[in-house]
Design a protein around this ligand. Structure first.
Ligand code: CAO
Length: 556
């Protein structure tokens, strides 16, 4: 294996430039043309492509170093034949400093008033057909000082600022962001300051002749720069980032460029990455020298924006320092409790809830249940009101198919389910869990009682499998044995309704002639008002009341 030293190419007369980015790591395999480092002078930046393919064996520079032509950048290990064939690193006309020179100007005309009028022309692009105007930092009427950036031009591999050639006033700038411009093209005019007019403005001959940094734009555009690829693969969710910035990009597109905005200092790789993601560079705070924007700044910007609540977010609950008012203890939530936080918020925020209340007269049902006690003993299977509720709900779902449905995400269709799986809310020490009993409509009361108990036990012992908590069409939340006369359960979206069951109690019921002491069961039906209207819900709940009042109706 042969080793070769890759050196800083010709800098077009500049004595020193700064290393602002290192795009490869020691030990990395690089392809010919792949960017190794980015150099920057006061006014322009350029990428140094690898002159050969090989493996990096030692990087001799670091970010912030100032380097000169011929300084070693890194050592490359090349396969035998490739080494012989490889050309020495050449950066023809890559003249960072040339761009730092005043922009090319036409010889000054006699001043109409004040100083001379200078034509602002695109410098020699070193062979590139055209470059793009990516920023405009001044507008007609602006007073500028010599060297102040008027605009930024960018090719495939390098960007450069177009500095004011003298102190003065911008008369015209006949271009806009996105225009492609060519060597020598007149971009506008600048009137030099009166005091300066007497003296020769810059040195036109030398300036016009000077090659410029954008000479490198003629280099063939390779794949995205390696640092860009690395950043995109960085673990940040690019899709999410892109979504976040779509809006900003749209806004930026519709926004008139801020002509008077402060100049943005950023290397081409950073600019390319910002464009790919859609980050408006003028909103990024640069942490590099002279406020230059680094890749880290883009990352910080993205992180900050992702962490910020979206514009449509609800007002947040204030973060109160409770310890300021007395002793506190902070207890971590279980995973189930954390999931409940998300699920409840999701349902509550997405579903317009309405809750309807009624009482079922379950005197006969309770008498029947009592009569089954010997059989319960015999079967070792206890019947609580729950399996009867399951049966009644299954029948109600069959009679009212809109309750056994889900609103399609497009909001334009209702998915009607032809099966009948019912979830039962189970209170466990870890939190609320909702196992699902499948095909409730095809099971007996005994089967439903056994299955409900088995699933509730599994839930409390953390033995439930994921599949046993999926596929519900409807949920029953029974707080009956705990107490309360009514509550408003939250729909378990995308289901469209849930039945809350409260404590059975003997209550006076008017039969038209007298009050009777009847065992009544408070029911509350919450439903998604987008799918179910009040009349539907009234009918569904009345159906349940009737069936639970007289179980013989299940036979009909
Ligand atoms: N009114 C009065 N008593 C009731 C009743 C009601 N509505 N429902 C059940 N009971 C009685 C039962 O008959 C049983 O009595 P006995 O022990 O005397 O026979 C007793 O209460 C205990 O019943 P259970 O809880 O063991 O069984 P169940 O079938 O009624 O309920 C289950 C099972 C898993 C639903 C229940 O244990 C549970 O966890 N409920 C809480 C659900 C919940 O937290 N919902 C809220 C969700 S939203 O925050």
């Amino acid at each position: 294996m042969k080793r070769d030293s890759v050196k800083v190419p010709e800098l077009g007369g500049a004595s020193e430039v700064e290393v602002i980015e290192i795009a490869v790591a020691d030990g990395a395999a690089v392809a010919t043309g792949q960017t190794l480092i980015t150099l920057e002078s006061d006014k322009a930046s350029m990428e140094v492509p690898s002159p050969l393919a090989g493996t990096v064996r030692g990087i001799s520079v670091k970010v912030g170093d100032r380097v000169r032509e011929g300084d070693e950048i890194l050592v490359m290990e090349i396969a035998g034949e490739a080494a012989a064939a490889s050309a020495p690193p050449v950066m023809s006309a890559s003249t960072v400093t040339a761009a730092a020179a005043p922009a090319p100007v036409a010889p000054g005309k006699a001043p109409a008033s004040g100083g001379a009028v200078l034509a602002l022309r695109v410098p020699d692009l070193g062979g590139a057909d055209s470059v793009e105007v990516i920023e405009i930092s001044a507008r007609a009427g602006d007073s500028v000082t010599e060297g102040a950036s008027l605009l930024v031009l960018e090719g495939d591999k390098a960007s450069m600022e177009f500095p004011a050639p003298a102190d003065g006033t911008v008369l015209t700038l006949d271009i806009k962001v996105g225009d492609r411009v060519t060597s020598g093209q007149k971009l506008g005019e600048l009137r030099t300051a009166a005091a300066a007019a007497a003296a020769p403005v810059a040195q036109p001959a030398a300036v016009v002749a000077a090659p410029v940094a954008v000479a490198d734009v003629a280099a063939p555009a390779a794949a995205p720069a390696p640092d860009v690829q690395a950043t995109l693969a960085d673990g940040d969710a690019v899709a999410a980032i892109t979504r976040v910035f779509e809006k900003e990009t749209r806004l930026a597109a519709g926004r008139a460029p801020s002509a008077a905005a402060a100049p943005v200092y950023a290397g081409p790789a950073v600019r390319q990455l910002a464009r790919e993601i859609g980050i408006p560079l003028d909103e990024v705070r640069g942490s590099g020298p002279k406020g230059r924007i680094l890749r880290e700044d883009l990352r910080s910007y993205v992180k900050t924006r992702l962490a910020a609540p979206p514009a449509t977010a609800l007002p947040t609950v204030p973060d109160v320092d409770f310890a300021a008012f007395g002793p506190i203890e902070t207890v971590a939530l279980s995973n189930i409790q954390k999931a409940t936080v998300t699920n409840m918020s999701r349902s509550w925020l997405n579903v317009p809830h309405v809750t309807q209340f009624d009482y079922a007269d379950v005197t006969e049902l309770e008498a029947f249940r009592d009569s089954l006690k010997p059989e319960m003993e015999q079967r070792k299977n206890k019947l609580t009101p729950l399996p009867f509720l399951l049966l009644a709900v299954a029948r109600a779902l069959r009679e009212h198919p809109r309750f056994n449905a889900a609103l399609a995400p497009d909001g334009a269709n209702l998915v009607l389910k032809k099966y009948c799986h019912v979830g039962i809310a189970v209170d466990t020490p870890q939190g609320l869990v909702v196992p699902v009993i499948r095909d409730v409509d095809r099971k007996s009361v005994w089967e439903l009682a056994a299955e409900a108990r088995e699933l509730a036990d599994k839930a409390r012992n953390r033995k439930l499998k994921l599949a046993e908590m999926q596929g519900a069409c409807f949920t029953i939340s029974s707080l009956g044995n705990i107490g309360g006369e009514g509550f408003t359960p939250i729909v378990n979206a995308p289901e469209v309704a849930i039945l809350g069951v409260s404590k059975l109690a003997v209550r006076p019921v008017w039969n038209g002639q007298e009050f009777l002491a009847r065992k009544t069961l408070p029911l509350s039906l919450s439903y998604d008002h987008r799918v179910i209207n009040g009349a539907d819900a009234g009918n569904f709940l009345s159906f349940l009341v009737v069936v639970l009042g007289d179980l013989r109706r299940l036979l009909l």
